[in-house]
Design a binder for this molecule. Structure first.
Ligand SMILES: [Fe+2]
Length: 319
């Protein structure tokens, strides 16, 4: 039996044993008609050929999307779609999305994480990654030579970053990519722009504590962190969305740094650290003319996080 067949069998066994939750349609996401744009963001599905638990969490979260009252403008995965970058893991991810919630979102955007690119030939893995994105309806792949690319949805720019080489834990953000980001943000001319990268910056979103306190630079982009920050700080209304930390919604999740706002999204597929350890956490963002509302949601349980929890509801000002 190959890896993919084993993954299917193991998930089916989880389902038969009642270990995959089924969110109630009654508490589904209802996109606000007054919002210009509504989308969901998940960090780190990290689907692994050896873990049916991750597939089960992802499946439960997808069921919540399937219940949506109307399609979201986008589903965004903020990196580490898979654990090892194996084709079987991407196939499983796509199969769940396509079987469970094929009509839940109009666009499917992904950035790669360190687990997607590590220990692999960069070009070949980029091709595998793009094939995966293409296999999901609404998927918008990157180009043939690098992960970073821009997508326009309803007049809003999404700038999807990605390491320019196969790094193990951080990311290598080349000068070329930094120049590209700067140019793209200049074109936005102050209109809200969503920059999605797998790793956050050095020393923000609770680092190093949110990486369980190990290592000065660990958990962040790495050596190019300050250069990336300098680009973000040149502009305004930049929403910088990241994953990687596997840290539940907390006081560290959102930070307003003036020019850019840093939103660190928990993992949807793996166990979250911190005070809020519930599985399948993520965010639903509704964009209005003068603000963005980001609501933390426990997708696998079909409910928003209690509003009294830190950063359960974030109002991001648009200046
Ligand atoms: Fe990661």
């Amino acid at each position: 039996m190959d890896k993919y067949a084993r993954m299917q069998r193991d998930l089916m066994l989880m389902e038969q044993n009642g270990k995959v939750s089924v969110p109630e349609p009654a508490s589904a996401i209802v996109p606000d008609e007054k919002a210009r744009l509504t989308f969901a963001v998940w960090g780190d599905p990290q689907i692994a050929y050896w873990s049916a638990f991750r597939s089960a969490r992802f499946l439960a979260a997808c069921r919540d999307l399937a219940n949506c009252a109307s399609p979201l403008d986008a589903l965004i995965l903020a990196g580490d779609i898979t654990e090892t970058g194996d084709a079987s893991e991407y196939r499983m991810t796509a199969q769940i999305l396509n079987d469970v919630c094929p009509n839940a979102f109009r666009h499917f955007l992904c950035v790669s994480g360190n687990h997607d690119v590590r220990l692999r030939n960069y070009r070949k893995q980029l091709s595998v990654f793009n094939d995966f994105i293409r296999s999901v309806p609404g998927g918008i792949p990157a180009g043939e030579t690098r992960h970073c690319h821009g997508v326009q949805i309803k007049g809003y720019r999404f700038l999807l970053m990605g390491s320019d080489r196969a790094t193990f834990e951080g990311a290598y953000i080349s000068a070329k990519q930094l120049d590209w980001l700067d140019e793209q943000l200049t074109l936005c001319d102050g209109k809200p722009a969503f920059v999605v990268n797998h790793q956050t910056l050095h020393d923000i979103n609770g680092l190093p504590q949110t990486w369980l306190g190990k290592g000065k630079w660990r958990g962040s982009v790495g050596w190019e962190s300050d250069k990336l920050r300098a680009v973000l700080e040149k502009h305004c209304n930049v929403i910088f969305i990241t994953g990687h930390l596997h840290y539940g919604v907390s006081a560290f999740t959102y930070e307003d740094h003036g020019a850019f706002k840093a939103l660190s999204v928990p993992t949807v597929g793996v166990v979250n650290h911190g005070e809020e350890t519930t599985d399948t956490q993520g965010y639903v963002l509704s964009v209005y003319d003068d603000h963005i509302l980001a609501r933390a949601r426990i997708f696998g349980e079909g409910r928003y996080l209690d509003a009294d929890r830190p950063n359960a509801e974030i109002v991001i000002p648009i200046e």
